[in-house]
Design a protein around this ligand. Structure first.
Ligand SMILES: Nc1ncnc2c1ncn2[C@@H]1O[C@H](COP(=O)(O)OP(=O)(O)OP(=O)(O)O)[C@@H](O)[C@H]1O
Ligand SMILES: [Mg+2]
Length: 365
């Protein structure tokens, strides 16, 4: 072994770099909501405030003790190699910090257990000035902390994540920037309605955004009787279960009106939304993809395939920091095998029900 020399990164440089790990506002907010779910929250409230230039996510989950709160603010607060409960959507001990920094320069977290509320903040302007690995604890009587604490007044336990100085979202107060801000909120709502639809459908959680409760959006259109669910396939890989459920969606003639057809296409349209929907512990982590196996084509528009994995196979599937997938080659192969074994069924179902002259039905070659 060579001579060990300590090499500590600059807090300022590392935290600045972490601002660009590839989140969109939608994926960042979803990562923060993940934590609420992992903490058994049933009510999650999200506020986007143009005037104050803040984003606030509050929940009625388990909250954290003072010690847990301080630990949670660590960059890398837990070992990614640790095994986690099936309900835990986290892995890397990074999400809350990296997702917040991708939106703004200050992250303040308040955590309540019993009647005690603790707070801690990362302020990137302070870190830039001091270049030290230091979080800040504010006086609980300050107006800022009191106003955030109010969000927890009805809960015995809970957490508030406040992202302020949101320079990555708002760069000026122009009318155009304001329009972009409200468009971003719509994108976030659509994204959350999709990625957490199973939790909302089962009644486990409610998510309220700027006062409006979100409705789940199920990409497999379960309310339409013409939707066909094909034989599910269960594959056991290295002791980990993977469940694949292919669906053939109803043809547009099977919807009541054009609005329903449009809604079933999803907020990114039918073409974009065809393909695999990969759920990790029931949370959608990637959707509308053929993993590069096929090009998206109109003729596959009715094909959406649910694929369930669990956090015990994170390393097999190469889950990354943003809880998305790199999808290793052998996993793509697994999907291809499943596709080919179900494709005949899909073809039979599609053509069995509808005239062959319609070419909008799913077939795999
Ligand atoms: N809303 C919350 N309620 C209770 N605890 C929370 C909440 N948000 C974060 N935490 C605590 O903070 C820790 C750090 O969160 P963070 O998102 O940074 O990492 P993680 O969830 O462990 O992993 P990942 O990087 O994969 O998201 C969590 O493990 C959890 O213990
Ligand atoms: Mg997390």
């Amino acid at each position: 072994m060579g001579k060990p020399i300590t090499s500590i990164p600059s807090a300022n440089i590392l935290l600045s770099s972490l601002r660009s790990v590839g989140y969109t506002p939608e994926t960042a907010i979803a990562d923060i909501v993940d934590n609420s779910l992992s903490a058994n929250a049933s009510a999650i409230t999200i506020e986007f405030d143009w005037q104050e230039q803040v984003i606030i996510i509050s929940d009625n989950g388990d909250g954290m003790s003072e010690q847990e709160l301080l630990k949670s603010m660590n960059i890398g607060s837990s070992d990614p190699l640790d095994s986690r409960s099936i309900h835990d959507l986290g892995r890397f001990g990074m999400g809350m910090k990296t997702a917040s920094f991708s939106l703004g320069k200050k992250l303040t977290v308040l955590a309540k257990t019993g009647s005690i509320i603790n707070n801690a903040s990362w302020d990137l302007d302070y870190v830039r000035k001091e270049d030290k690995w230091q979080i800040l604890v504010e006086d609980s009587s300050s107006t800022f902390i009191r106003q955030l604490s109010d969000r927890l007044s009805e809960y015995d336990n809970g957490t508030v994540v406040c992202i302020s100085n949101i320079d990555k979202i708002i760069s000026s107060d122009s009318a155009n920037e304001k329009k972009k801000f409200y468009k971003m909120i719509e994108n976030v709502k659509n994204h959350l309605s999709l990625v957490f639809h199973r939790f909302m459908e089962s009644g486990k959680i409610s998510i309220i955004v700027n006062g409006t409760p979100l409705s789940p959006w199920n990409p497999f259109i379960p309310d339409n009787n013409a939707r066909q669910e094909l034989e599910p396939e269960e594959v056991n890989e290295n002791g980990h279960n993977v469940v694949i459920r292919p669906y053939v969606l109803p043809h547009k003639t099977k919807f009541a009106n054009d609005d329903e057809v449009k809604a079933a296409g999803g907020y990114k349209d039918w073409l974009h939304n065809q393909g695999f929907y990969v759920y990790r512990n029931e949370r959608l982590i990637i959707y509308g993809t053929w993993f590069g196996l096929f090009k998206k084509e109109m003729s596959f528009n009715l094909a959406r395939i649910q694929l369930d994995i669990y956090s015990d196979s994170d390393f097999d599937w190469q889950i990354d920091i943003r809880a998305s997938l790199k999808t290793p080659f052998e996993k793509k192969q697994l999907c291809t095998t499943s596709i080919s074994s179900t494709s005949l069924g899909v073809r039979k179902h599609a053509f069995g029900r509808f005239p062959c002259s319609c070419h909008t039905y799913l077939f795999f070659l």
